[in-house]
Design a protein around this ligand. Structure first.
Ligand code: UD1
Length: 370
């Protein structure tokens, strides 16, 4: 097929969790001869350890367009992405926009494309926590409402979308792309020495991540979490890669020194994917408020305590190793895990490292050849 007649696909990269999700799909689409794929980096995340390191590890090329929007309030960030991406769309008229996940850039680009009558496909569609206090839940609902083609990771996603009025032929269950990301780099993850360099034996530590506004923006909540983590670290050493938002908030509330000085808590900077997953794979347990980590631990069979009231990924509780906990329950829940009292996960259908292939096949089926 001559270059000019190939459908042009825009793939949106924006924030840390998106880089992992687009990587297997980018490589899959770049190998196929029926389309041309371009990466648009909105610049929502910009620190090297939140962005460039992920491009390097996943072998992603320099983005074809960089929108450089940076941080800001939700309205500012969303509006800046829209202004900048509209220009790119007007110049390029892509045949498809693919957005992933639920960050502000996801909804912003979907809105731009939908208004320009550019078809939108959403990978990781249909997830619902039912909690509109989470900015990501609003992003999910709006993105799915605007999308023409919806790729879900699990049956609950299909059910949510059909209930919201999507038609069956718009919804394709493709599985979980994060498992492709892991499988893609599994060899390098197991060869990595991050855990060993920190002096930990397999199973000899717990890994902690948190950055959600509900946990880190309220002083009293963050204080309980910090107190509980310090208590937990008496029974198992903790490794805590600190997200920039969490560091800023802990400092503002005068809680940072307490965590940094706790003898059994290793506070480190956010780390790249391979190093991070090296720590995940050998951890005794995870404490997190991340979405992706609930999935990765379920896949790997590692106990996960999710510091949230709800999850948009209920399958990780039904079939995986995940449990929701309140900040005040952390110590007791960790003690349960250390006593060996935790459900082992089952294999979740289509979480098999082959999602990118199914996405590409679905996209091709839904693409009108010109
Ligand atoms: C965003 C996503 C969230 C995702 C998370 C992963 C939304 C609504 N939220 O939240 O779903 O789980 O990314 O990290 O899109 N900052 C830096 N350097 C960076 C990026 C951010 O220092 O490279 C600081 C800035 O001070 C910024 C703050 O972190 O104000 C928060 O960043 P932002 O992208 O607004 O939201 P996240 O909390 O990272």
């Amino acid at each position: 097929m001559p270059e000019t007649t190939k459908p042009l696909i825009h793939l949106i990269a924006a924030a840390r969790p998106n880089f992992m999700k687009i990587a297997p799909l980018y490589h899959q689409l770049a190998r196929e001869d029926w389309c041309t794929v371009q990466i648009i980096h909105t610049g929502q995340h910009y620190d090297p350890n939140m962005s460039a390191d992920f491009f390097r590890d996943f072998g992603l090329p320099e983005p074809d367009h960089h929108l450089d929007v940076g941080s800001g309030s939700h309205a500012v960030q969303t509006a800046k992405v829209m202004l900048a991406y509209e220009q790119v769309c007007l110049e390029q008229r892509p045949d498809w926009l693919i957005v992933v996940g639920d960050v502000n850039s996801t909804v912003a680009c979907a809105l731009v494309a939908a208004k320009l009558h550019i078809p939108v496909a959403h990978l990781e569609a249909g997830l619902r926590s039912g909690d509109r206090e989470m900015p990501e839940e609003i992003n999910r609902i709006v993105t799915d409402a605007l999308s023409d083609l919806l790729w879900t990771p699990s049956p609950d996603g299909d059910e949510n979308l059909l209930r919201e009025g999507k038609s069956k032929d718009q919804v394709d269950r493709v599985g979980n792309i994060m498992i492709d990301s892991f499988e893609m780099l599994k060899g390098r993850i197991s060869e990595d020495t991050t855990r060993a360099d920190m002096g930990f034996e397999p199973g000899g530590y717990a890994l902690v991540t948190m950055h959600r506004p509900s946990n880190v923006d309220d002083q009293s909540v963050l204080q309980v979490i910090v107190e509980q983590l310090i208590e937990v670290s008496g029974s198992v050493p903790l490794v805590l890669p600190l997200h920039p938002r969490t560091r800023k908030q802990a400092e503002t509330f005068g809680l940072l020194a307490g965590i940094e000085n706790a003898p059994n808590i290793n506070v480190i900077e956010p780390i790249a994917y391979i190093q991070f997953m090296n720590l995940v794979c050998d951890a005794k347990l995870l404490i997190t408020d991340s979405g992706g980590i609930q999935e990765e631990t379920s896949y790997l069979g590692i106990p996960c305590l999710t510091l949230r009231d709800n999850t948009e990924r209920p399958i990780t509780i039904e079939m995986g190793t995940n449990k929701l906990v309140k900040p005040g329950q952390l110590t007791d829940s960790v003690a349960e895990i250390l006593r060996g009292n935790w459900p082992g996960g089952k294999a979740i259908p289509l979480w098999d490292g082959k999602t990118a292939g199914r996405v590409a096949a679905s996209l091709r089926r839904h693409t009108r050849q010109s």
